[in-house]
Design a binder for this molecule. Sequence first.
Ligand code: COA
Ligand code: AMP
Length: 629
Amino acid sequence: MSYDSVRNRWLDDPESFWAEAAEGIDWTRRWGRVLDRGSPSGRWFPGAELNTCYNALDRHADSGAADRTALIYDSAMTGAIRRFTYAELRDQVAQLAGAIQAAGLSRGDRALIYMPMIPEAVMAMLACARLGVIHSVVFGGFAARELATRITQARPKLILTASCGLEPNRVVEYKPLLDDALTQTAHRPELVVLLQRPELAAELKADGDVEWTDFVQAAEPADCVPVKATDPLYILYTSGTTGQPKGIVRDNGGHAVALHWSMKALYGIAAGDVFWAASDIGWVVGHSYIVYAPLLAGATSVLYEGKPVGTPDAGAFWRVVSQHGVNALFTAPTAIRAIKRDDPELAHAGQHDLSGLRALFLAGERCDPDTLEWSGKVLGVPVIDHWWQTETGWAVAGNLLGEGLFPVRAGSAGKALPGWDVRVVDNSGAEVPAGETGAIVCRLPLPPGALPTLWQADERFRETYLSDFDGCYTTGDAGYMDAEGYLYVMTRTDDVINVAGHRLSTGALEEVLAMHPDVAECAVTGIADALKGQVPLGFLCLKSGISREEDAVVKECIALIREHIGPVAAFRKALVVDRLPKTRSGKVLRGVLAKIADGLEYAFPATIDDPTILGEVEAKLTSAGIRAE
Ligand code: COA
Ligand code: AMP
């Protein structure tokens, strides 16, 4: 097979294509129609029923694969390595699900998972899936306020957490963060279950807090509960353009079909192979490719608690690849840049046997050609950039390792994958010629696995994603497609920035900066960073009459972001300016601010209110040493 033949098979008859892919999943009830076109973006396999956890665990554990390793937990933070066979993981998940069921949760209820990268977090997700309980995982690097917003929106009956996460320079105490979050939301979960890690014992509250071991100990294992293909499996919040994150909904059926298909076709992974997505379960990559997809495919998934560098060195990834026989590694370009920075000759890799590695997959942010070429040269395996979003659940553009690769072009995220009708359009929605930049959209219907809606916000879903261009999903990314169909994803069209592969809303950061009593007005923009791709930069206009040291205000603003958004924002740079450049209608020219900071040429927008402000800002950025030469 080749990319063209697979793509053409999909183009010829999309519904048959996905119906055939759906044969890779075990259903308790088969679908009537493959696709219901009645809903805005299309619903896949209506009427069908399945259980995602059954497909991820039981069907392997009940067949010849019971003794195959399902999950390898490798903690570079503690030195621990734990392996779980399919049978072991199924049994532990079933018991945890039994405890959750006994606590009164059932299909459609929500459970929030606020846990570090430990096997129990994966078990928690799968236990929810076993019962049809909708999970909402919150990334550990967020502050209490972000956690509170997600609790308010998802209204979980149960919160599953742990005493701590482990970062290289500190122990992250989850319980105080959770307690703080619970003071910031009116919603009260019925139960908080906490796993005590040996590194830190958390204090439990007498009412409503339960220790994980006590919770699980006496529970009877629960069976898999069949759910509708269109029932939500999970909600995952992601940054939008405002401080209110968007609750991306993922359904059960389409998700299982698309992810199962992608393991073989895209990543070239079959049952028994070892797959490692070096991400975090708090992100979509972790949901899809640490937890669900490798297990749906009967492969072995690696759960790594650590960093690419510093835990203990830039050889950490290669140690894991060699020790666990990883066949395909998926990470963010930032991680590779960090390794390259610390070990440019890849001396560490030479100490490990990487012969099992067949490919390196990169996503999460734009991959600069240097990073792609360097990693290909030093690893000697294909390096495949692929582009996707929390919303899409799996890759929109990429390459098909499992079907035979087409030549990679550095700077391009590959070609549109089966399922995705990608177009590049101008403001009026008309397609632009090859090579010209425009908004990247996908023609509806969306394929299985893509978001069907936002959690309890159908209107916001339509408004945000489906209303800009008739019959299309707006990705929020801009770029171009060349004459051979290679897609180049260059930038966002909205106020979202990408910091070390993490997606942040500049609007949310601005909302926090505006809380500072001395700040009259502010703007945040992403500026280029050699390691993280982008980092946020804040511009602060102080209230008149404020004569404090600018540095003091800046420091307080940095602390404010850490306190309210979290360390993951990596907000370390801000400066005080007299005025912000705006259009005549009052819109801050954030794009121009970013260009000035990056030392790039910029045009004076025709709509600018007072062009002299740009000179002022440029001088200030230069004297602060922020402006790139
Ligand atoms: N829980 C709590 N805090 C976390 C966290 C978590 N799960 N993850 C990150 N943080 C904190 C870090 O400790 C750091 O805090 P600090 O300001 O006290 O140092 C801050 O958030 C920023 O973290 P990070 O973005 O990881 O930057 P870093 O400078 O610590 O590390 C890299 C740099 C390159 C090693 C790191 O950014 C990295 O591994 N990037 C790859 C990201 C990735 O895989 N993304 C996948 C998305 S698909
Ligand atoms: P997230 O939803 O956090 O996964 O972030 C998705 C966003 O990250 C996309 O909309 C892009 O802006 C960016 N992104 C992800 N992968 C790539 C890629 N391969 N190339 C360019 N940008 C990417």
